[in-house]
Design a protein around this ligand. Structure first.
Ligand code: NAD
Ligand code: ZN
Length: 360
């Protein structure tokens, strides 16, 4: 098919305090008392009674707290799936991910793998999933990645960091409650929020741009400006708007692609484990030649919130390590093609990437 027939999240709730409705939302989806709901929850909430007391567990439902120091891995998904299979006689009623991009991506992957055979790494790529996933629900607690709307779940496997991109990946239900983002540390708020801003810049300045992506990208960009630059917003308005910016930013790249910052930050992440939001910021800060206006605005936003990015990440790397990063990055062909056009290899050479990485 020339034009992608894109699945979207079929149901979404938006509203401050809407998390308290989770029970009503899940009840009709409960298959029977033996088929539990499995709640994957960011472990930052483990001792947060306000959140945990509202998770509507019944019968054999399970809450599994997920550490998020590291981004999700394929073998972590395999372990979770095995644990869930072993501990329940029936296939669960559904998987609910409550957290940031890390936990939402894990929830998507677990829901896919509970109805698929083999190992998670076998499904990294495009349209390799053949069976419908288990009912799965995404509930973001930090805004920016767009993982709540996207058709992918980004996982690090034994030999690549690549998403499971499939029609079965998007959530069946999303619950957007901006109050859940209370308590996000300022630096992390900025890094994950900038992931959204960078999605807009990369999509709006890409060769894949079309009216569909543009309409979402422009809206997301406008909301990011209000939140991070010139809006005089209350805390609540800022939370509400950033949650919707993330949604629109995710929709914008759905029908287009990201670009240089993402391609290079995948390299950093693969070699050094640098996390997505901060990695994108570190790279984007040096991309004036690709995105002059976007980077100038980014620097103003950074200054407004007193954000200091780490430096010297690549100071002591060996030639071999540089080559690993460069290979991972150059392997992201659609991203480069979107950013620099069909002939991207004329300008994006290993030497060029090395000179950029050396600045970081
Ligand atoms: P994250 O999920 O890793 O969370 C970052 C930190 O914020 C964690 O320490 C977490 O505990 C904390 N946190 C989250 N909510 C909080 C709250 N309410 N209060 C206090 N602390 C809170 O970060 P992220 O930036 O949302 O997600 C990054 C991941 O998303 C990466 O793995 C990346 O690959 C993935 N990603 C996926 C997509 C997609 O479309 N699937 C898109 C972009 C990024
Ligand atoms: Zn991103």
């Amino acid at each position: 098919m020339k034009y992608k027939n894109f699945p979207m999240v079929p149901r979404v709730v938006f509203g401050r305090g809407s998390f308290s409705q989770l029970n009503e939302i899940l009840m009709p989806k409960r298959k029977n008392s033996e088929a539990p709901f499995i709640f994957l929850v960011d472990d930052v909430f483990e001792n947060n009674k306000k959140i945990t007391s509202q998770i509507p567990t019944l019968f054999n439902d399970q809450i599994i707290f997920i550490p998020t120091e590291e981004e999700p891995k394929t073998d972590q998904v395999d372990v979770l799936v095995e644990k869930i299979r072993n501990e329940s006689n029936e296939i669960p009623s559904g998987i609910i991910g409550i957290g940031g991009g890390t936990v939402m991506d894990l929830a998507k992957a677990v829901a896919i793998m509970l109805t698929s055979t083999g190992k998670t790494e076998d499904y990294q790529g495009w349209d390799l999933v053949k069976n419908e996933a288990l009912y799965h629900v995404g509930i973001p607690t930090i805004s920016g990645t767009g993982a709540e709307v996207s058709r992918t779940t980004v996982l690090t496997g034994p030999d690549k960091k690549l998403g499971i991109n499939s029609d079965f990946t998007p959530f069946d239900q999303v619950l957007l409650d901006p109050e859940l983002t209370n308590g996000v540390p300022k630096d992390q708020w900025f890094y994950t929020g900038m992931d959204c801003y960078i999605h807009c810049v990369e999509s709006l300045n890409g060769t894949y741009l079309n009216a569909f992506s543009q309409s979402y990208g422009e809206k997301a960009g406008e909301l990011c400006h209000e939140v991070f630059y010139d809006g005089n917003l209350s805390e609540e308005e800022s939370q509400d708007k950033l949650m919707m910016a993330s949604w629109h930013g995710g929709m914008s790249i759905a029908y287009s692609q990201v670009g240089v910052a993402h391609a290079m930050s995948y390299g950093l992440s693969y070699l050094l484990g640098t996390r997505h939001g901060i990695g994108n910021c570190i790279v984007f800060d040096h991309l004036e030649e690709f995105y002059p206006e976007g980077v100038a605005m980014f620097k103003k936003m950074k200054a407004r919130f007193g954000i200091e990015l780490p430096t010297g990440l690549c100071a002591n790397l060996t030639d071999e390590e540089f080559d690993t990063m460069i290979n991972v990055s150059m392997g992201m062909e659609p991203l480069w093609e979107n950013a620099c056009g069909k002939n991207w290899k004329d300008t994006i050479t290993p030497e060029k990437l090395r000179s950029l990485y050396e600045k970081m």
